[in-house]
Write a protein that binds this ligand. Structure first.
Ligand code: BDP
Length: 733
């Protein structure tokens, strides 16, 4: 069963399928440490599916690392073995007794003990899933060769819901997916569940992911019909032993689309009743269903704001009032239906309309007034920046602005705006930038990390979501290096104080090499890679330099329509004026940040053009004009890709050939595309600014029209947005 990963991937196939769970043999001191730790594993027999999984993982991992089969033994005593047991079976150990109560329901504790002359290593937790996390934590340390003798490890996740959002459609396509098709084969479910799903579950559990939203936020209501709920239930059965709950993206119009109701008004008693019954039905099939993810009143999706009018008798004490329904009405409608079953609602704050004066302000304008109005089992899910996962954005102004609301963070693992699968862009540094950003919302130290993990405002529900980058490609993520982004998301969602470098070091040691020289070089490449892409795609806080059609090619001109309020490029200068002299988006930040962002001189250079429309001849701190600085950033970006290529080339012979060649080829694509990005942007901005290129700056390879005439009708991940026809209750079986 657990096995596709083992059976279908012979050790010789270096195609990346095994991810960071390779368990290649240990040598030298680390092999000795492992041997000293383990002669057998006690704590068995396993009393749950989860423990059986832990047992398989330990045996499988140790077999790989130590080259031998480690037998299982019963009991939970210290007798020269590795003990895997719940805290309540280890009362004999004082440390376990003290630490146990502090590690919650998912944390774990690894320690060593000595009784009656016998040593043992203990992995303990208060729950079976904690034991599985502890197993993976222990194996990780061994894999890394970082476990030395006696050290204790206490590990407790900081965020409750650590979830991957799949933007997978029921027809098998993946919106913004660059790694093949959806790994969920809805057509064959529930009869056939691909063994790969189990491998997916174990990879996720190994990094602490405990939730998966199965379908696209541009949701097809059909997923909530009974046949599809049965399909989801079959997936939930596979995920369950790994501590992973399934969630579904719900269409707000589902009561009409599949329920035959005439509207979906959140105040309509028939609608409320429909959702309550739907929730009951879901839980009868999936007893541990996680809840709903909802995109409403955004990009054409239905939502509560579609309803405007008198409220039913009984509301507001029977007074006759009439008003437009809000996001809180919508979220609370679903939350009350799920509440009896302990389900949650992740209500997305990604909203805007083409008519708004400034798109980056919209979410704050709509949601800030609703602070405190959401039920406790609702999390308002905010992207890290107020536009849309641009290569770099200012932090989202809602982060820190809703102290009485659970605010969840949405990161994008799939690289929609960062070179898709081919460009090597490690997202750890970007996410750390976001998490360590100080919103100064309640004095200094109000970091995004502390808002999201609930520490700052003591939130009852904490959520961190990553838009998944996984598909049917053999290497899961479309490229070898994109696995690192999935890995980093999991590790950071468990522990937001890890550094991007720590995480890269772990990932490299478990995938490419434990050799410190090789690993050091790859880690260094990864740490430079995000800034590199920013340099050739969107330097100094620029946004929307990508094609509006394919989200693949450079096309700053494609967003230049001022009615969208996205960009401002003109003869005078470049950048978007968000100070009080412009859209005044700065007013949405705390007073300290507002002041900082108000003036170009105090705005961080990386966000200069995000907040300001700057004249082309503005003097930058470097002494160059803005125009020269911009050009030098593009050139630096292209050069840095060249450096990534030569660093990688120096590793020939030190990495297996299969992955070496694949990465080399992808870097060559990236090099070519970085040049193209640079040239297209330079050509366009030269056209806009009417400025000459300074001496020494190479002209673009082609005239502007060449770049503007390119088209990529088959670029991957572009949504077809085929919306489901209205179905009626007859569909239910
Ligand atoms: C944008 C994507 C679009 C998504 C949307 C969202 O281009 O495909 O549907 O975000 O987050 O980034 O809802």
């Amino acid at each position: 069963m657990f096995s596709a990963l083992v059976a279908s991937s012979p050790a010789s196939a270096e195609d990346g399928y095994r991810l960071w769970l390779r368990f290649s043999p240990l040598f030298g001191r680390s092999a000795e440490t492992a041997r000293a730790d383990v002669s057998r594993i006690s704590g068995f027999p396993a009393t749950s599916e989860t423990l059986r999984v832990a047992e398989q993982e330990l045996q499988h991992g140790l077999k790989g690392l130590m080259g031998k089969h480690i037998p299982l033994a019963s009991g939970a005593r210290c007798n020269g073995s590795l003990v895997l047991a719940r805290t309540n079976r280890l009362r004999w150990n004082r440390k376990v007794d003290t630490i146990g109560p502090t590690i919650g329901s998912e944390g774990y504790f690894i320690t060593s003990a000595r009784t009656k002359g016998k040593n043992c290593t203990i992995i303990t937790a208060n729950s079976d899933i904690g034991l599985l996390y502890g197993t993976f934590g222990y194996l990780r340390q061994l894999q890394l060769g970082w476990r030395s003798g006696q050290q204790d490890v206490i590990s407790v996740p900081k965020v409750q819901v650590r979830i991957l959002d799949h933007w997978d459609n029921l027809d098998g396509t993946v919106e913004r997916g660059f790694a093949g098709r959806s790994i969920f084969n809805w057509h064959l479910l529930p009869g056939w569940v691909d063994p790969r799903i189990r491998d997916y579950a174990r990879a996720n559990a190994s990094i602490g992911i405990n939730g998966i939203a199965l379908n696209n936020v541009n949701a097809d209501a059909i997923v909530l019909t009974r046949p599809y709920l049965k399909k989801a239930a079959a997936l939930a059965d596979v995920f369950r032993p790994y501590g992973i709950k399934v969630y579904l993206s719900a269409s707000f119009a589902a009561p009409m689309k599949i329920g035959g109701l005439k509207d979906a008004d959140p105040l309509d008693p028939a609608v409320r009743n429909w959702w309550r019954q739907k929730a009951d039905e879901i839980y009868s099939l999936i007893p541990d269903f996680g809840g709903f993810l909802v995109k409403a009143n955004s990009e054409g999706q239905p939502g509560p704001q579609d309803y405007n009018g008198p409220v039913p008798a009984g509301w507001y004490g029977g007074a006759r009032v009439s008003y437009r329904r809000t996001h809180a009405d919508g979220a609370n409608l679903l939350a009350s239906a799920l509440n009896p079953h302990h389900g949650i609602v992740m209500w997305r704050a990604f909203v805007y309309e083409a008519t708004t004066d400034e798109r980056a302000k919209r979410a704050y304008d709509e949601f800030k007034p609703l602070d405190g109005k959401f039920l406790p089992n609702v999390s308002v899910q905010v992207k890290y920046g107020p536009l849309d996962f641009q290569p770099r954005e200012a932090a989202h102004p809602l982060l820190g602005a809703m102290p009485h609301t659970n605010v969840g963070l949405e990161l994008q693992i799939t690289k929609e705006y960062l070179g898709q699968a081919t460009h090597l862009v490690y997202l750890g540094p970007l996410w750390k930038e976001v998490l360590s950003h100080d919103t100064v919302s309640s004095g200094p130290g109000a970091t995004v990390a502390r808002i999201v993990d609930g520490e700052l405002y003591a939130n009852p529900l904490t959520v961190i979501a990553g838009v998944a980058n996984v598909g049917t490609d053999r290497n899961w993520t479309g490229s070898q290096f994109d696995q690192a982004n999935w890995y980093a998301f999991g590790r950071l969602s468990w522990n937001n104080s890890l550094t991007a470098k720590d995480i890269a070091r772990e990932w490299v040691a478990m995938t490419f090499s434990r050799d410190p020289d090789v690993a050091g070089k790859i880690v260094d490449m990864m740490l430079r890679s995000h800034q590199t892409a920013v340099d050739y795609m969107a330097p100094l806080g620029l946004a929307w330099t990508i094609s509006a059609d394919d989200h693949y090619s450079p096309a700053p001109w494609s967003h230049a329509d001022p009615t969208w309020g996205l960009v401002q490029y003109d003869r005078k200068g470049i950048g978007f004026e968000r100070s009080s002299a412009g859209s005044n988006a700065v007013a949405q930040y705390s007073p300290v940040l507002r002041l900082k962002y108000e003036n170009p001189s105090s705005t961080p250079e990386d966000l200069l053009l995000w907040f300001h429309h700057i004249p082309w001849d503005y003097r930058m701190p470097s002494g160059s004009s803005l125009w020269e600085e911009l050009l030098s950033r593009y050139d630096r970006g292209v050069r840095s890709v060249g450096a990534l290529q030569s660093d990688w080339a120096s590793l020939r012979g030190k990495i297996d050939e299969e992955r070496f060649e694949e990465v080399s080829a992808f870097l060559a694509i990236q090099r070519k595309e970085a040049q193209w990005w640079r040239d297209a942007n330079v050509a366009y901005f030269q056209h806009v600014s009417e400025l000459p290129l300074p001496p020494g700056t190479a002209p673009p390879a082609h005239p502007l029209a060449f770049y503007q005439n390119l088209s990529f009708p088959y670029a991957p991940g572009v949504p077809g947005r085929t919306s489901a026809p209205f179905l009626v209750a007859a569909q239910q079986n």
